[in-house]
Structure formats: structure tokens, C-alpha cells
Design a binder for this molecule. Structure first.
Ligand code: FAD
Length: 378
């Protein structure tokens, strides 16, 4: 027996849950399927800038995130720069398992149907334009329209003929809160730009400890474990403490816009569409924004509107981010670390902090850096 639905959403991360909630709020009855049982682990730093929370339209307070009060930028062995954060433009760090479960609950409250432990296993396009999805529960769902929100590997997207994402690699884990730590350090995020070429190491404060990780383009993969150990050893707050467990995670590496984001009733949203900032690795904002654009496109029965909205609102920023990232990747990490200690570098480093907290755009940053980028032939 197969069930027939109007709209099927595959994957209950920030993209799928936001799409399910916003469609349900407009009176549709989307079916959201998730292969895991929530809460499920998702490799992620869990950094949520205020602009992302504003997009959701509800407070994420119930998730119990940690408000970051300052950001430290560290170099290789040189000193550190610390920037205080304005709480209204700040960064909250959440446990992704709880955050995603909370978003899924919001979608269900709005009227979406959530089916957990229900992975899309075999996805085909039928002659009548519908999609047939065999699930890991052994049943089949036929859908008139499908939203592909199944993350970086996007097996559903691949089955429907969308090209796979180029990816980068990260390692992440949680360190229980060390006992001897000052109250400022308990709410400070640390970035070290000198640990991985084209990427960085981070420590984000959570209520239960620090979410720690390192990531960059895939070529860094085999060095990352060693570099993570070095990061822990040279960061005063973390030195001598251990991570609970280390997870590997892939992240889309946006280099250029895709040619196609929507095709005959199938929308590609969030990580599945490769919409992640290639410099910072921030993806939750893009997952939620693309879900909002997909909602508008689905409700208006205008598929091409999705591509237009992405082209207006997200893709130019990401394309500029890719240019800045290419420039960053061409630098030897040690030099970036050394540059951090130059007094004149302070303003530029502050701009990186503004980007991380969503207070500036790549358009503004690129305008500032254009003379050097053009000189460098990028
Ligand atoms: C180590 C690391 C650190 C990161 N740190 C940050 C950060 O601090 N801030 C930030 O903004 N971004 C961060 N990101 C990026 C961020 O995690 C992603 O961009 C974001 O999760 C994308 O959301 P999504 O809903 O598109 O995909 P996901 O969150 O990956 O959700 C996809 C869902 O689909 C489900 N699924 C997969 N296949 C199937 C299937 N066949 N059937 C049904 N369900 C399926 C999965 O179980 C999953 O629940 C980080 C990424 C990594 C790897």
C-alpha cells in the first residue's frame, strides 16, 4: 500500500523543519520524514547568530543555549585578540540535537506530520510527474512535490539527478567544562585561524562544556586530528583537558552557484543544495533562509521563483564569500597567525568577527578588500 501526499519533505534538520512549519502555518499538510529518531547527533558547532534566530520568528530560549559574550581570535603562538559582543547582535551556542528536536516540535505544533525512523531509501520520478519514495520502514510514499532537505550527502538529491556537493571535512567533539575556569572564559568563543589551511579551529561555550572542532577543505583531512591536538595544547582554557568523543563531519564547500536548485517538483534546500558559507562554515542561516524561499515558491506554485529568490538573496553573498575564502586559502596559516599580532591587523580581524556574528555582509567586506583581491589576481 502506498500513501499519497501533496508535499513530502525529506530530512528534519533546520531546512526541513523550517519548511514544514512555514508550509503548515499557511494551511498545507506536509509530511516530514526523518531517518533518525530525534534527538539525534549532528556534527556541528551549534553557533547561531542573532540574525538566524530572528528569521525563525520565535525564541530559541527553551533550547537552553549559551550566549557568547566575547570572541577571542588566536594566532599560532602569538597573542590573542578579544572582542566583546553586543548581546543583541551576538551569538548563541546550542546543542544541535536539542535545537533540531525543538524545531521539529515547532513544525508539528504548526500542523506538519513528522515521521521519525523513516528514511527515504529508493526515490524515483514516476511517469505521471509524482515521486515514489520507498522508506526504511518498508512502505512507499507517493508525493506530488518533494523537498530535498537531507543534508550534505543528499542521497535523495542524487537519486533525482542533482549533482553531488563538493565537501570539506571537520572534526568536532565536546569537552566537559573544566573546573578552574573564569566566568568570562565560560562564555567566550575562541577561533584559531592558524591551525588549518583554508579553515580554522574553534571552541564554542555551551552550558555543559565547550564544543570544539577544526575543519577546512578536504585536503586537510589527515592532518586535522594532529592539528586539533595542537590547538588544545596551545589554548590556555583547554590545555590539559580531554574531549568526550570525536566525530567527523562533512560540510558543503560552496565554490559557485549550482545551475539548478529546483527541477520539476523537486526543491533542493539547505546543505543538500550546498548552501554553506565557504569561509566560516555557517550553514544554519542558509538552511533556514532557503527553506523560507522554498515555502514562497511552493505556495505560489511558481517553481522558478525559488531560483530567483536564491539568486537575489543568497547566491551573490555566497559567491563573494567563495572569493574571500579563496584568498584566505591561498595564505599559509602561520602567516595569518603572525598577522594577528600586528597592530594594524586588528580592524580586519574585527571584520571577521562581524561576519561570524552576522553584523556585516560579504558585499561590504569585499568592497573593502577588493583592491587587494584584484591585485592578487583572484
Ligand atoms: C563540524 C561542523 C560544524 C558546524 N558548525 C556550524 C555552526 O556553528 N553554525 C552553523 O550555522 N552551521 C554549522 N555547520 C553547518 C550546519 O551544521 C549545516 O549547514 C546545517 O545542519 C544544515 O541544515 P540542513 O537542514 O540542510 O541539513 P542537516 O542538519 O544535515 O539535516 C539533514 C537531515 O536529513 C536527515 N536525512 C538524511 N538522509 C535522509 C534520508 N535518506 N531520509 C530521511 N532523512 C534523511 C538527517 O538525519 C538529518 O536529520 C557545521 C557543520 C559541521 C559539519
Amino acid at each position: 500500500m502506498s500513501q499519497i501526499v501533496d508535499i513530502l519533505i525529506v530530512g528534519a534538520g533546520p531546512a526541513g523543519t523550517t519548511l514544514a512549519r512555514s508550509l503548515a502555518l499557511k494551511g498545507l499538510h506536509p509530511l516530514l520524514i526523518e531517518r533518525a529518531i530525534l534527538p539525534r547527533h549532528k556534527p556541528c558547532g551549534g553557533g547561531i547568530p542573532a540574525r538566524t534566530e530572528a528569521l525563525l520568528g520565535f525564541s530559541i530560549e527553551p533550547v537552553g543555549g549559551c550566549r557568547v559574550t566575547s570572541i577571542a581570535l588566536d594566532g599560532a603562538w602569538t597573542g590573542r585578540r578579544i572582542y566583546g559582543l553586543d548581546p543583541s547582535h551576538g551569538l548563541t551556542v546550542v546543542d544541535r540535537a536539542r535545537f533540531d528536536e525543538f524545531l521539529a516540535r515547532k513544525a508539528v505544533e504548526a500542523g506538519a506530520e513528522l515521521r521519525e525512523n523513516c528514511g527515504a531509501r529508493r526515490v524515483t520520478r514516476l511517469a505521471n510527474g509524482f515521486f515514489s519514495v520507498e522508506t526504511t520502514r518498508g512502505d512507499t510514499i507517493e508525493a506530488r512535490r518533494i523537498a530535498v532537505c537531507d543534508g550534505v550527502f543528499s542521497p535523495t538529491g542524487k537519486a533525482l539527478g542533482f549533482p553531488p556537493n563538493v565537501t570539506g571535512f571537520c572534526l568536532e567533539g565536546v569537552m566537559p567544562m573544566p573546573g578552574n575556569i573564569s566566568s568570562e572564559a565560560r562564555s567566550r568563543a575562541i577561533f584559531n585561524l592558524a591551525m588549518a589551511r583554508g579553515g580554522y579551529a574553534w571552541s564554542f561555550p555551551r552550558n555543559d562544556g565547550f564544543a570544539i572542532g577544526i575543519g577546512g577543505p578536504c585536503s586537510n583531512g589527515r592532518f586535522l586530528k594532529k592539528r586539533l591536538r595542537y590547538f588544545l595544547a596551545r589554548t590556555p582554557e583547554l590545555r590539559g583537558h580531554r574531549l568526550n568523543k570525536l566525530f567527523g563531519g562533512m560540510i558543503p564547500d560552496f565554490a559557485a552557484p549550482r545551475k539548478v536548485y529546483v527541477d520539476r517538483g523537486a526543491w533542493l534546500v539547505g546543505d543538500a543544495a550546498g548552501l554553506v558559507d565557504p569561509l566560516s562554515g555557517e550553514g544554519i542561516y542558509y538552511a533556514i533562509t532557503s527553506a523560507i524561499h522554498a515555502t514562497e515558491s511552493i505556495l505560489s506554485n511558481d517553481e522558478q521563483l525559488y531560483g530567483r529568490r536564491l539568486a537575489e538573496n543568497l547566491l551573490p553573498e555566497l559567491a563573494l564569500a567563495a572569493r574571500v575564502a579563496a584568498r584566505f586559502r591561498s595564505k599559509i596559516p602561520l602567516l595569518i597567525g603572525l598577522a594577528l599580532s600586528w597592530p594594524s591587523f586588528g580592524d580586519r580581524a574585527k571584520r571577521f568577527v562581524d561576519l561570524l556574528t552576522g553584523q556585516t555582509s560579504y558585499r561590504d567586506l569585499y568592497a573593502e578588500l577588493r583592491p587587494q583581491i584584484n591585485k592578487g589576481g583572484q
